[in-house]
Design a protein. Structure first.
Length: 249
């Protein structure tokens, strides 16, 4: 009937407005870069690296759970999964580096000025990357994630995955691996202005992957930094896990 059709259109309009309102409340979409112009160096002074989390408030978190596929997964036997209303990021110096989503719920990278009082913060390691180098490392990280799977996924393409991958790139002791990865990324995209990628100013800090080498007493100068392992442990211990017997809605 005509009345039924009109009613459906009204419901659709209301639903679209509600969806748009929730998207705005979450702040989906790209945000202006706040990293000031500076030299992108990966051999700067050592600086602490932290990870932190804060809540995605109220209905926004519930809507995110629904859109990210959690609603469908609740009926499956999948064990436990991270609370989608708990958002993690990497904090270095005055800035926060984080995964976010555009209006299509594809993953993007954003940064913002760090207000530590708004975050639950944990120390996980050190880095020599300047702020601009961190931004470019984050751009590479999100590019590689989007190449594999652009859409946000609560389990396998989320803020924690981004944080771990970025930490793996910028941690002390991973210079050679980063240089190789960034050179490939730069050649493929034309992006990136980090110079002297393979000039290693701190060879004593390189990670040694062979157990027998790491145990050699003649190499006491070896600097090992298990930033990623530290971060994964922190996130595992401090992320609320939901199970399929507990409803979000």
């Amino acid at each position: 009937t005509k009345a039924g059709t009109k009613a459906k259109k009204r419901v659709s309009r209301v639903s679209s407005r509600a969806k748009l309102s929730l998207e705005h409340s979450l702040g989906l979409g790209a945000k202006p870069n706040v990293i000031p112009p500076g030299e992108p160096r990966i051999d700067g002074s050592l600086r602490p690296v932290q990870i932190g989390w804060h809540p995605v408030a109220g209905m926004g978190g519930k809507w995110l759970a629904e859109k990210s596929g959690l609603g469908k997964m609740i009926t499956r036997e999948i064990g436990t999964y991270p609370d989608p209303s708990q958002h993690w990021a990497v904090l270095v110096g005055d800035f926060v580096h984080q995964l976010w989503m555009d209006e299509q719920l594809d993953v993007i990278y954003i940064n913002e000025e760090c207000r530590r009082e708004e975050w639950h913060v944990f120390d996980v390691g050190m880095t020599r990357f300047t702020d601009e180098a961190l931004k470019q490392a984050a751009d590479m990280t999100i590019h590689n994630m989007r190449e594999k799977r652009p859409a946000y996924n609560l389990i396998s393409n989320n803020c924690q995955n981004f944080a771990v991958l970025l930490l793996d790139a910028i941690q002390v002791g991973a210079h050679r691996q980063f240089a190789t990865s960034f050179a490939v990324y730069s050649a493929a995209t034309g992006a990136g202005t980090i110079k002297d990628l393979f000039a290693d100013a701190h060879p004593e800090e390189q990670k040694v992957h062979e157990p027998e080498e790491a145990e050699r007493p003649e190499r006491p100068e070896l600097y090992r930094m298990d930033t990623v392992q530290n971060a994964q442990q922190v996130m595992d211990e401090n992320t609320t896990k939901l199970d399929n017997h507990r409803s979000l809605f």
